[in-house]
Design a protein around this ligand. Structure first.
Ligand code: HDE
Length: 713
C-alpha cells in the first residue's frame, strides 16, 4: 500500500528557505553591503528618498501584519498524520478512511475562541480543534471544538454571541474572558445556551494541555458509501493521554506566569518526541433512526449520549512535527467545514449551514485574496485544475487560452469527473418545504441535556461548576442579569442555582410553570425564546465527566515534576527520582532557591533549571522535595511554602523523603491533610525505589480533587 504520510512535507519543501551561509539580499536578489546605515546626505544629514534598500525593508515591515481571526485568533498548530486502524468502507467511500494502515498527512490547529492573538492560553473558554487532512481526493477539514455542543442553534445568532463575549466595545475590556455583563446579558436571554454553559463552566474549559482534550465535530454529518447510501455521524477525537484540566485558581496564575503554557506544552512535547495522539471515532446513526431520539440530530445544542450510540474508533492521529514558521503555517492555515471529500456530506443543522458560508468569506478579508488556497499550508496535494483565474497574488501560471467550460478549444478540459471517477455529488436528499424563518419545535428543549451533563459530573466537578458560575456572575455588574441567569440555572438543577445564588448573595427567582415558557423567569418574559425541558432518556453518562471518562489512561508521559533542591541535597534521591520519571517519559526539573548549581551531599553539583523567581508550582504537575543535609534553610524559605501551598491547593501530588518529610509536616496546610489523601507521598527512607514508584502511581491520578472541601471550608 502506498502511504501518503510525507507528501505534504515534500509539497511544502519547495517553498522553504534558509539563509545559513548565504548573502543578505534585497527582495530582488541584490546583495546588500550595509544593512546598518540608511543612505544620507552626509553623516549627519537627512535620509535620501533614493534609498530603495531602506524603503523596501521598511515598507515590508509596515505591511507585515494581517487581520487576526474574528474568533479563534489565539492558537497553536502542528503537522502529523492520520492512520486508518479500523476502515469503514461499508459506511463511507472517503478514500482516507477506506484502507487499514493508510496514512494521510494532517495539520492541526488548537485555539481559544474569544481572546486576541496575544491573549493567554488559559482563559476559561471552549477550545478549537481543527484538523486539515491532505487527502488524495482533496482537502478535508474537520473543524471541531473540545466541547460537543454549541451556544446557539442558528447561525443568525453567531455575530450576536461573539459581539457579546468579545471585550465590550466602549472600553475593549475584558480580554479573553466571558466574565462580564454583555456576555451574561446575552446568555440570560438565550435559554438554548444552557447546555453549552454547563460545559464552559466545567473544567473542560481550562484544559491541562491541548494534548489532553477531546475533540468533537459538534454537528451531525453524513457519511455516504459507494452505493450512495447514507448514515448520520458524529465525529469524536479521544486523546491518548486522557482528558485533564487544571484548577481555576491555577489557570489564572498560569496566565500570569506563562501565558504561552499550552503553546509551549505542545511545542515541547513534539520536540522531545512525546508525540501527541488521538483516536478518531464515529457515532453512527442509521438514516431510519433520524427521528428516534428525544432530541433533534440537527440541533447543535444536543449531543448523542454514548450510552445510546457508542463511539466506533476508525483511526488515530499523531502530531509529530512542529511548524518551521508560525506565520506561514499556523497563522495562514485556512480551515473550512465546507472542505469535504466524496463520502462525507453535511446535515441540515442550521448552524453548520451558516458556517458553510462564513469560512471562505472570512479568509477573503483575513488572507486577502480568493487565492488563499495557493498558500503552501493550504495547498491540496491532490491536483487542482479549474477555470478560476487571476486575483491578488495569483501564483499559478495557467497555460492556454481556455478558462471556461464547456469549451471545444481546450478539448473540453479540464473535464468533469463522473461519480465513479471520484466526482463529488451531494447526497440526494429530498427537500420539499415552504420558505420560512422559523425554528423547528424539535429544538425547543433547552434544559434536558444540560441536566444530563450536570447529573453526570462527580461531586468535585459539580462544585467546580458552582465556583465557576460564582466567579463569572460575580464579575457581572448588573444585578438583573445575574438573577435571570439564576432563573435559568434553576431549570437545570435547583441546588446548583441555590449554591451559585449563595455565593452571589442573591436569591433564585421563581420559574413560570408553563409547558413551554416564554422566557424562563418573570424578568425574562417576552424574551425571544420558547423553552421547555425534555428529560433525557439517559440519566447519567460517564463520558461527560472528565474524571469518570472511560478513556482516561493511567500515564504520566510528558508530565513535569518540580524537584526542589538546596545545598546538601541527597544526590542519590534526585538521581533516583529523575531516573524513575524518565522511565515513564516524564521529566524532573530542578528548582532551587537560586540559579547556578546546588552542592549535593556527595559534594557533586546539580544545575538548577529554575529558581523560585523563574518558576512556580502552577507550571508543574507535581512537587518532590528530596532528602538532604541541612534542609533548615530551605524549611524557612517563604517562597518554598508559597510553592507548596499552591501545589496543595491545586490538588497536586507532593512528595518528600527522608529528612525532607519534616518540611511537609510543618507546612501551613499540614493540619488539613487527611489519611484518605493519596496525593501526599512521604517516606522516612531516602532514595527508596518504591517511594518513586508510589509517587509516580499517585501522579497517574492527575489531581486529588477530594482535598477541596477541606480547603474552602
Ligand atoms: Fe467557527 N469560525 N463559526 N465554529 N471555528 C471560525 O473562521 C463561525 C463554530 C471553529 O484554527 C472563523 O477562519 C460561524 C462551531 C474553529 O483556524 C469564522 C459559526 C464550531 C475555528 C467562524 C461558527 C466552530 C473557527 C474565524 C456559527 C465547532 C478556528 C476564522 C454559524 C464545531 C479554525 C476562520 C482555525 C473559526 C465562523 C461556529 C469551530 C469567522 C459563523 C459550532 C475550531 O469563519
Amino acid at each position: 500500500m502506498k502511504n501518503f504520510q510525507d507528501e505534504k512535507q515534500r509539497d511544502l519543501s519547495i517553498n522553504k528557505s534558509d539563509g545559513t551561509n548565504k548573502f543578505l539580499t534585497t527582495d530582488q536578489g541584490l546583495k546588500i553591503n550595509d544593512d546598518n546605515n540608511s543612505l544620507k546626505a552626509g553623516e549627519r544629514g537627512p535620509s535620501l528618498l533614493e534609498d530603495f534598500i531602506l524603503r523596501e525593508k521598511i515598507t515590508h515591515f509596515d505591511h507585515e501584519r494581517i487581520p487576526e481571526r474574528i474568533v479563534h485568533a489565539r492558537g497553536s498548530g502542528a503537522h502529523g498524520f492520520f492512520e486508518v486502524t479500523n476502515p469503514i468502507p461499508e459506511l463511507t467511500k472517503a478514500g482516507f478512511l477506506k484502507e487499514k494502515g493508510l496514512k494521510t498527512p494532517v495539520f492541526t490547529r488548537f485555539s481559544t475562541v474569544a481572546g486576541s492573538r496575544g491573549s493567554t492560553d488559559l482563559a476559561r473558554d471552549a477550545r478549537g480543534f481543527a484538523v486539515k487532512f491532505y487527502t488524495q481526493e482533496g482537502i478535508y477539514d474537520l473543524v471541531a471544538n473540545n466541547i460537543p455542543v454549541f451556544f446557539i442553534q442558528d447561525a443568525a445568532k453567531f455575530p450576536d454571541l461573539i459581539h457579546a463575549v468579545k471585550p465590550e466595545p466602549h472600553n475593549e475590556m475584558p480580554q479573553a474572558a466571558s466574565a462580564h455583563d454583555t456576555f451574561w446579558d446575552f446568555i440570560s436571554l438565550m435559554p438554548e445556551s444552557m447546555h453549552m454553559i454547563m460545559w464552559v463552566m466545567s473544567d473542560r474549559a481550562i484544559p491541562r494541555s491541548y494534548r489532553m482534550m477531546e475533540g468533537f465535530g459538534v454537528h451531525t454529518f453524513r457519511l455516504i458509501n459507494e452505493r450512495e447510501e447514507s448514515v448520520f455521524v458524529k465525529f469524536h477525537w479521544k486523546p491518548k493521554l486522557g482528558t485533564h484540566a487544571v484548577a481555576w485558581d491555577e489557570a489564572q496564575k498560569i496566565s500570569g506566569k506563562n501565558p504561552d503554557f499550552h503553546r509551549e506544552d505542545l511545542w515541547e512535547a513534539i520536540e522531545t518526541g512525546n508525540f501527541p495522539e488521538w483516536e478518531l471515532g464515529v457515532q453512527v446513526i442509521p438514516a431510519e433512526d433520524e427521528n428516534k431520539y428525544e432530541f433533534d440530530l440537527l440541533d447543535p445544542t444536543k449531543l448523542v449520549p454514548e450510552e445510546l450510540v457508542p463511539v466506533t474508533i476508525v483511526g488515530r492521529m499523531v502530531l509529530n512535527k512542529n511548524p518551521d514558521n508560525f506565520f506561514a503555517e499556523t497563522e495562514q492555515i485556512a480551515f473550512h467545514p465546507g472542505h469535504i471529500v466524496p463520502g462525507i456530506d453535511f446535515s441540515n443543522d442550521p448552524l453548520l449551514q451558516g458556517r458553510l458560508f462564513s469560512y471562505t468569506d472570512t479568509q477573503l478579508s483575513r488572507l486577502g485574496s480568493p487565492n488563499f488556497h495557493e498558500i503552501p499550508i493550504n495547498r491540496s496535494i491532490a491536483p487542482v485544475h479549474n477555470n478560476q483565474r487571476d486575483g491578488h497574488m495569483r501564483q499559478e501560471i495557467n497555460k492556454g487560452r481556455v478558462s471556461y467550460h464547456p469549451n471545444s478549444l481546450g478539448g473540453g478540459c479540464p473535464y468533469q469527473a463522473k461519480i465513479e471517477e471520484g466526482g463529488f455529488a451531494s447526497f440526494n436528499e429530498r427537500v420539499d418545504a415552504h420558505k420560512v424563518r422559523e425554528r423547528s419545535e424539535s429544538f425547543n428543549d433547552h434544559f434536558g441535556q444540560a441536566k444530563l451533563f450536570f447529573n453526570s459530573q462527580t461531586p468535585e466537578e459539580k462544585s467546580h461548576i458552582v465556583k465557576a458560575l460564582r466567579f463569572e456572575l460575580g464579575k457581572v455588574e448588573t444585578a438583573a442579569i445575574r438573577v435571570r441567569v439564576l432563573g435559568l440555572l434553576s431549570q437545570i438543577d435547583t441546588t446548583l442555582a441555590e449554591k451559585v445564588a449563595l455565593g452571589l448573595g442573591a436569591s433564585v427567582p421563581p420559574i413560570l410553570e408553563t409547558p413551554i415558557n416564554k422566557g424562563v423567569s418573570p424578568e425574562n418574559e417576552g424574551g425571544p425564546q420558547e423553552s421547555q425541558t425534555v428529560e433525557s432518556s439517559v440519566s447519567s453518562s460517564e463520558a461527560l465527566s472528565m474524571i469518570k471518562n472511560p478513556t482516561n489512561s493511567p500515564t504520566i508521559a510528558s508530565r513535569k515534576v518540580a524537584i526542589i533542591c538546596s545545598d546538601g541535597v541527597s544526590e542519590a534521591a534526585v538521581l533516583n527520582m529523575k531516573k524513575a520519571l524518565k522511565k515513564e517519559d516524564a521529566k524532573g526539573c530542578i528548582v532551587a532557591p537560586h540559579l547556578g548549581s546546588v552542592v549535593t551531599d556527595a559534594d557533586g553539583a546539580i544545575a538548577a533549571e529554575f529558581s523560585f523567581l523563574t518558576a512556580s508550582s502552577v507550571l508543574f504537575d507535581a512537587v518532590y522535595i528530596p532528602d538532604g543535609l541541612g534542609l533548615n534553610a530551605l524549611a524557612e524559605n517563604d517562597d518554598l511554602f508559597e510553592f507548596l501551598n499552591d501545589a496543595y491547593k491545586h490538588c497536586k501530588v507532593i512528595g518528600a523523603d527522608g529528612a525532607a518529610s519534616e518540611i511537609i509536616s510543618s507546612a501551613p496546610f499540614a493540619s488539613k491533610i487527611t489519611n484518605e489523601d493519596g496525593g501526599i507521598i512521604l517516606s522516612s527512607d531516602a532514595a527508596a525505589e518504591e517511594f518513586a514508584q508510589d509517587f509516580i502511581a499517585a501522579m497517574t491520578v492527575h489531581r486529588f480533587w477530594q482535598r477541596e472541601p477541606n480547603l474552602y471550608n
